[in-house]
Write a protein that binds this ligand. Sequence first.
Ligand SMILES: CCCCCCCC/C=C\CCCCCCCC(=O)N[C@@H](CC(N)=O)C(=O)O
Ligand SMILES: [Zn+2]
Ligand SMILES: [Zn+2]
Length: 446
Amino acid sequence: MSTGKGRERHIPSQFNQGERFAMKEALKVFPTIFKTRFIQHEVIGEYSHLFTVQGSDPSLQPYMLMAHSDVVPAPDEGWEVPPFSGLEHDGFIHGRGTLDNKNSLMAILQALELLLIRNYIPRRSFFIALGHDEEVSGQNGAQKISALLQARGVKLAFIVDEGNFILDGFIPYLKKPFAMIAVSEKGGINLRLQVNMTPGHSSAPPKETSIGILAAAISRLEQTPLPNMFGSGPLKTTLQELANEFPFPANIVLRNLWLFGPLVSRLMERNYITNALVRTTMALTMFNAGVKMNVIPPMAQAIINLRIHPAQTVQEVLELIKNIVADDRVQFHVLTAFDPLPVSPSDHQALGYQLLRQTIQSIFPEVNTIAPGICIGNTDSRHYTNLTTSIYRFNPVYLHPQDFRSIHGINEKISVQAYETQVKFIFEFIQNADTYQEPIPHLHEL
Ligand SMILES: CCCCCCCC/C=C\CCCCCCCC(=O)N[C@@H](CC(N)=O)C(=O)O
Ligand SMILES: [Zn+2]
Ligand SMILES: [Zn+2]
């Protein structure tokens, strides 16, 4: 495909020592961005940021780069360094948000700053949308930005958001890293289960209390995994793209999933991360009950966080859950719910996907395989399906299983080198997006 190389000059992504130091230390604002006349900055929903970078060729359809500034909580326990210290040591920047997703927010702004310092003027317009409430639904950030852009009549060529990575060490026998660009994401349900009972004196307890009834229901759910849905959704494509990276006979197995699918699906469900690719998962994340040690508890509540496989819907999953619980004393309250997202195009005409592919090959020449896949987590990009059918969830950062465990876990960190490379990737990507190639309209499969 044609690249932005057709432009007058391609700015090489080489940064001097001073810039690299500033990049690492840059917790200041980005002065050049804020004084550039073709960049508009707006604050949306009080704390989210929308940058509109006006390109020189208004005939090219704009795209959007996304990130979010908020993070999940991080109690000090278990952390090597205080989770909000931002301490740098051993070549790593430590802290909550260094992988999810402050690294992307800073890298996007840093890359743009470095381009502007070099008198870069984009040909293709683009937006930078930085949400402040991604971890708690995105309703006041991304959702409002999406509504604003829709009201302005904006349509996007594609979106790039967080969601997947360059994966290294996730699959046994696969020694090489590979890039998985998530072309869809699972659906989600936050479900509250509740049992109410008449309180009383604990010296004469009923046969079962609200806590016992709810705990038994939760135990049945944990002992009854939802069906393995291997074979539907982007996973088969992911594995087939990966086949060449595996030694014999694994490569033959992956090239013949029509025959070996059941074997592969059984192997995938053994590991908690790959299991999340083959089924709808349930996680009991909150349990509240009891008022006093000598009072029969009037109420017990539990929150279950479900991530829905692309082959299922919210309604189907709720039905399955109720059948497993099978106890009329347990009440169900759906707090939030959304179906799995549509699959974005990844063929040779998919502009956003091909630009990611091109830039990955340029910045990470050691990565031989780039495959479409699904994001097992959820992202703010789900709020933008009204503006584009091409949403890609990918951050150009190596991720190992222990790094994955640190996301929403403990000891989240990013190496200085990985952060610099992420800046370099975005620096190149923005220029590559200046191609004259335009997206081909994509109709989602029904
Ligand atoms: C066959 C290849 C194996 C592939 C293994 C997949 C490894 C998992 C890699 C990345 C998943 C990490 C998910 C990060 C994006 C999720 C961002 C997030 O935390 N979102 C929140 C809030 C929300 N938007 O719902 C969430 O709860 O998901
Ligand atoms: Zn997160
Ligand atoms: Zn995130």
